[in-house]
Design a protein around this ligand. Structure first.
Ligand code: FAD
Length: 465
């Protein structure tokens, strides 16, 4: 090692979690060094759909949407199939509204709340321009004069003198390929994202997604997870890696899924049959589509459902998909069946049976009672023209990883905190549980990033007292 850099708090990763952490720490008076492995900041955060899940906001109230901490907590646990770490859900619920105000206070602009999405009983999607959000927080960090950012600099290993000593920094490699040491007085925050760009690692936990599409930040190959593992960190939710339903199998224009099912479409397989309750979390729909022929299906809907799309929400922007030539449109259901090469008689029978279920308000076959989660009544599919959106599952994130406690401290396999090591954002597991609510990953990155900063500095305050 030729060089040693000293700082108070080391933050590894320049996505939303990293910059929320760095900014909070700097505003609380700390000197921070943030290192980012790639040449650009943002990670998956910047390329995301920009949907954040908050409850009880002024933007919801403006549209007469009644939401509350209780409802948010219930939805998170319900969509997570009660597999979530309740203490992490609790800490998210307790700090989400404050974080929404904090983001706004730092210049992040949110669009009006209008749509309910995966796992939401009421519209809770607060949309931002995601790249702009990260840029804004990065600029605020710079303005504090307390945050240094080193780009193209990758953390390699965490440093501690022995098993009982606190983590005191990390080794890293800079843009010129030079290895050096970073010593951090108050500890290290892992904010290095998930590992959806590491196919081999994903395959160890989720072999059934081998044929899925993978989309995510270039640097998201699991470095933080591996560094934590080496120190004995425990993990959570590894069994729940899932792809998101609604990704066009050959679309290279959009990173995002299209979720017409949440506006009333049905999902049919290549045989023209439904195979799932389409109101479920799009992660559970992802599991379901991977079990169908060619790992793909079609979202089938009619003109009124097409018209209810929303160009302000990427997953509901049907018009854009039409313009891009990704959507199939036909004047009759028969012509649609011919175009997508699905047997017409079967598709007709599927749509007829579903329309009867819509009249009854509940589908007896798969148990669908709502458009999405507990929100919205079933709609008939009957008014030409008809549409089909080819859909498979895309792994946009891994949503599992290091076990942490409610203070964002990384916990080892025997249940003890690893002193000096905190983690936030997609590198951590336990919060989502079995499936995922739209907006809860970006929400988690912001909320947990700030809390990690607070915890690191709290330890400092206690040590000084
Ligand atoms: C296409 C897409 C759409 C999405 N849409 C949504 C959405 O609408 N709502 C939602 O809630 N979630 C969404 N997600 C998921 C969400 O974006 C992520 O879970 C979240 O952004 C993670 O934030 P993060 O800060 O933890 O990680 P990231 O934003 O990925 O940042 C991690 C950073 O750490 C860097 N890094 C990695 N290893 C090292 C290392 N060794 N040293 C230094 N730096 C390192 C990476 O290069 C990266 O820049 C989406 C994801 C994708 C890919």
């Amino acid at each position: 090692m030729t060089k040693t850099v000293q700082t108070q708090l080391l933050v590894i990763g320049g996505g939303l979690a990293g910059f929320a952490c760095a900014l909070q720490a700097a505003e609380d008076g700390a000197e921070v060094l943030l290192i980012e492995k790639t040449a650009t900041t943002g990670g998956s955060s910047a390329m995301s759909g920009g949907c954040l899940a908050f409850a009880g906001t002024d933007l919801q109230q403006r549209n007469d949407i009644e939401d509350s901490d209780e409802l948010l907590r219930r939805d998170l646990i319900e969509v997570g199939q009660s597999q979530n770490d309740a203490s992490l859900v609790e800490v998210y619920v307790a700090h989400q509204l404050d974080t929404y105000h904090w983001l706004r206070g730092h210049g992040v602009e949110f669009s009006p709340v209008i749509e309910a999405s995966s796992g939401q009983s009421v519209p809770r999607v607060h949309t931002v321009d995601p790249a702009d959000m990260v840029r804004t927080l990065a600029e605020k960090c710079k303005a504090t004069g307390r945050v240094s950012v080193m780009m193209s600099t990758a953390a390699k290993r965490l440093l501690r003198s022995d098993e009982r000593a606190p983590v005191r920094g990390a080794t890293a490699v800079d843009a010129s390929g030079q290895a050096f040491e970073i010593l951090a007085r108050d500890g290290v925050v892992l904010a290095s994202g998930g590992f959806c760009r590491n196919a081999e690692l994903v395959n160890r936990f989720a072999p059934h997604y081998a044929e899925a599409v993978f989309v995510g930040g270039e640097g998201n190959v699991g470095d933080g997870l591996l560094m934590g593992w080496k120190l004995g960190a425990d993990v959570r939710d590894m069994a729940y890696i899932k792809g998101t339903f609604g990704k066009h199998p050959v679309d290279t224009l959009n990173n995002h899924s299209c979720l017409a099912v949440y506006k009333g479409a049905i999902a049919v397989n290549q045989e023209g049959r439904r195979f799932v309750d389409e109101s479920l979390s799009y992660k559970l729909l992802g599991d379901a589509v991977m079990g169908q022929s060619y790992h793909s299906a079609f979202q089938v809907f009619d003109q009124p459902i097409f018209d209810s799309g929303d160009d302000r929400v990427r997953i509901l922007d049907f018009g854009r998909r039409m313009e891009e030539g990704l959507m199939v449109k036909a004047d009759s259901l028969q012509a649609l069946a011919q175009q997508i090469e699905v047997p017409y008689e079967t598709l007709r029978a599927t749509v007829d049976a579903y329309n009867l279920a819509a009249d009854a308000g509940e589908d007896a076959v798969f148990g669908r009672k709502a458009l999405v989660h507990n929100h919205g009544r079933l709609l008939r599919i009957e008014t030409a023209p008809f549409y089909a959106y080819p859909s498979t599952a895309a792994v946009f994130g891994t949503y599992c990883g290091l076990r942490i406690d409610a203070g964002m401290r990384v916990i080892d396999v025997f249940g003890d905190p690893i002193a000096g090591l905190l983690a936030a954002g997609e590198v951590v597991g336990g919060f989502h549980g079995g499936a995922y609510m739209t907006g809860s990953a970006l929400g988690k990155a912001a909320v947990f990033g700030r809390l990690a900063a607070r915890e690191a500095l709290k330890a400092e305050t206690q040590a000084a007292a």
